[in-house]
Design a protein around this ligand. Structure first.
Ligand SMILES: [Zn+2]
Length: 131
């Protein structure tokens, strides 16, 4: 579902404070990437927030705020990608453990019919075929 500008503007501050969850952040970054008006809104809030936070050391330096925000967004996107990969790996590990548990259970219930090692080997061969 596409995010509305209203929702995107509401998410600006939570995003800058790191309070969005992964799904919200992905939708927000997606919207910001396509909507110049909301991007501008984010830029304004970011500059204000950044200036307040760095008030003391900002006197003798000038900051390239537009690029600092771009880098901030890139970091968010990298973090989302990393977390997505970790979740995928955990899902695969979970599926493998569940499959092993089912095989062990079947072996206990039907010791002469189900050979877990045989099915485990077939399952691993199947997984190898996926990659
Ligand atoms: Zn918008």
């Amino acid at each position: 579902m596409k995010m509305s500008c209203r929702q995107a503007r509401r998410d600006v501050t939570p995003y800058l404070e790191g309070k969005l969850d992964d799904r919200e952040m992905a939708a927000f970054l997606n919207h910001i990437g396509e909507c110049p008006k909301c991007y501008h809104e984010l830029e304004t809030s970011f500059i204000i927030q950044y200036a307040l936070k760095h008030m003391d050391d900002a006197t003798d330096r000038s900051f390239d705020m537009k690029n600092i925000l771009k880098e901030h967004i890139r970091r968010s996107e990298r973090m989302l990608r990393r977390r997505r990969i970790i979740r995928l790996i955990l899902d695969i590990v979970g599926a493998v453990l569940a499959a092993v548990a089912v095989l062990v259970l079947l072996h206990i219930l039907f010791p002469h019919v189900i050979d877990p090692i045989y099915y485990l080997e077939r399952f691993l061969a199947y997984l190898k075929g996926l990659f």
